[in-house]
Design a protein around this ligand. Sequence first.
Ligand code: PMV
Length: 328
Amino acid sequence: MAVSSAPGKVYLFGEHAVVYGEPAVPCAIERRATVTVERRDDDALRVQADDLSLDGFTVEYGGPRDGHPDIDVPQPLIRAAMGYVDGAIEQVRDVTGESDVGFDVTIESEIPLGAGLGSSAAVVVAAIDAATRELGLTLETEELADRAFQTEYAVQEGQASRADTFCSATGGAVRVEGDDCRSLEAPSLPFVIGFDGGAGETGELVAGVRSLREEYDFAAQTVETVGDLVREGEAALEAGDIEEVGRLMNFNHGLLSALGVSARSLETMVWAARDAGALGAKLTGAGGGGCIVALDPTPEAETALRFTPGCEDAFRAELAEEGVKRLE
Ligand code: PMV
């Protein structure tokens, strides 16, 4: 048996603009997906994920080659999660050359699904790491991140940046620009996350920004401005100036709103956090619903979010210095 965990992430700066080659800075957070893998005697997959959603599921099937059985897995998000596990296991079969290997896979996750916190990347990173180690192979972090990216790229049909998977594999704050990913020096960041209980449609939101950008020069300039802001943000991080980081998060949120990817619930949570004294607050990820991230060293923003209508969950999450963790 092998057990690995990997963290989720927030975007400190730069989502959406990263799609057009601008830099972005995601940060790993101490909310993890833990995956336990045990080799089977046959080539089947059995996936158990009791807390991946409110309902949980257990499913046994032949794996990617046989397709999913027509079983009672009603929720689209759970179907999506199975797709990621399939993809991860295909990578493991490929890298180890053991094309007929089967596994029992158990997923425990503290990361809400599809809400901009990188839940799928964390599951994929932890699953590939645990399953390869179960077969006696320990991947270097770079290769793990790349295999996890290939999985997301295939499952999301080409719509994936390297941000989530690299960040989850390495931990810490990272800078992503195209295929170039590297770690950044960052001070300890007091993240507070508000979750509206929903999820945005990443594909539609990305398409919306794309057409705005094609239609209006000022929308294209807004995307470039996000890139400038990210470069300022990197300098603020390196200087350890978290007040400036907060101001730039506010600015980044305004630009994302201008690009049409905010939502009423996200605005309400962003303003609740700011009113409570947060240093900055913005949506994180694709937007449209899901999560906001605020910076607040005091308990005020988290408390305010807990009492904000439309905020289903609020929690603190420190920067995860460590990416993948090998637990067993
Ligand atoms: O919602 P998330 O965490 O998958 O983030 C999407 C980020 C985008 O920049 C909107 C798209 C992308 O693939 O980078």
